[in-house]
Design a protein around this ligand. Structure first.
Ligand SMILES: Nc1ncnc2c1ncn2[C@@H]1O[C@H](COP(=O)(O)OP(=O)(O)OP(=O)(O)O)[C@@H](O)[C@H]1O
Length: 309
């Protein structure tokens, strides 16, 4: 279990990156940390990894208190692996040597067995003797992850691990890597900007807003019951609407074009998105167009009726 109690961090330049952040995460769960740029996500990961000092509060991983670089000659902990955004494999080392780097002290046979098992989990058994430059971006990312977990950490802290991958590859690599980490029973904390990924993968979601904890919960709960518009936005599009002088927040899938619908709108734009159209509606009293999903293309300027599910 990871337990944070009232963690605060102000950098030397006076920037308050985190303020009184508290939460708990169960072992072997995958937790996504979401939040705007500058909301403190990376700072949070580094404090949990013991790579940054908090100015206040405590971090416990199971029974052990995690402290920052000012308490250690060599910052960080062997059982907490932090993988930064700009991870680097050693380009002049083979895949096998990259994975084996952190376990060179293991007995030879144990080390070989561990590398073999990790290569199998990454589905890269045949690449042991290749060099990173001979691999695709996604394959390199899988090797970087295998290298990060080679010495059997309890916790892996990943800072935007999939952001450099293009879309078709991203889903596959993410599945492989998260699958591998789940198989190994590792607790995962992951910073991401991708709502679809967080919904599909996370057991828990933590949303940070200007260094404060905005919301924590499982994806379904946070998606359906966001605490604020800020929290709602991180898990998918949301419309802020005014009806009968009341402000409401409605997901696009809850707006249904329906001739018997109670509300009237004018189609502003209809964009083909593959599975459906993103249709923007102009609704009285609402200065901004409202997004809904339609199966068919609706002509610009048409008047439609809609209902709310
Ligand atoms: N080493 C540092 N020294 C001073 N200020 C810093 C340092 N690192 C981060 N900050 C500031 O602390 C705040 C939080 O930064 P952090 O990198 O944790 O945010 P983030 O949510 O990870 O952002 P992004 O999504 O852009 O990576 C920002 O205002 C940032 O400018």
């Amino acid at each position: 279990m990871i337990k944070l109690s009232k963690i605060s961090k102000t950098y030397d330049n006076g920037v308050e990156a985190l303020s009184q952040v508290s939460f708990e995460i169960k072992s072997a769960e995958v937790t996504y940390i979401l939040g705007e740029s500058g909301s403190g996500k990376s700072t949070l990961l580094k404090i949990i990894a013991g790579l940054e000092d908090a100015i206040d509060g405590s971090v416990f991983v199971d029974e052990e208190e995690i402290t920052g670089p000012s308490h250690h000659l060599v910052p960080g902990y062997d059982h907490l692996a932090y993988v930064p955004q700009d991870f680097k494999l050693q380009q002049f080392w083979t895949v096998k040597d990259n994975i084996g780097k952190k376990i060179s002290h293991y007995p030879y046979e144990d080390k070989e067995a561990r590398i073999k098992m990790l290569l199998q989990l990454c589905k890269l058994e045949d690449y042991a003797d290749r060099y990173p430059r001979e691999l695709s971006g996604g394959q390199q990312q899988r090797i970087a992850m295998a290298a990060a977990v080679a010495d059997e950490p309890d916790v892996v802290l990943l800072d935007e691990p999939f952001s450099n991958l293009d879309l078709p590859m991203k889903a596959e690599v993410r599945k492989e890597i998260i699958g591998m980490l789940r198989t190994l029973g590792i607790t995962v904390l992951l910073v991401s900007h991708d709502p679809a990924e967080a919904l599909a993968v996370a057991d828990q979601i933590i949303i940070l807003n200007q260094g404060k904890l905005e919301q924590q919960g499982n994806p379904v709960n946070v998606y359906r019951n966001p605490k604020s518009l800020y929290a709602a936005k991180f898990l998918g599009p949301i419309n802020e609407m005014t009806f009968e002088k009341k402000k409401v927040f409605i997901r696009p899938e809850h707006l249904i074009i329906d001739p018997k619908g109670k509300f009237k709108a004018t189609v502003e734009e209809c964009i083909f998105m593959g599975m459906h159209y993103h249709t923007y509606l102009l609704v009285e009293q609402n200065p901004n167009p409202i997004l809904c999903y339609t199966k068919v293309e609706l002509k610009k300027s048409t008047t439609v009726q809609f209902s709310i599910k």
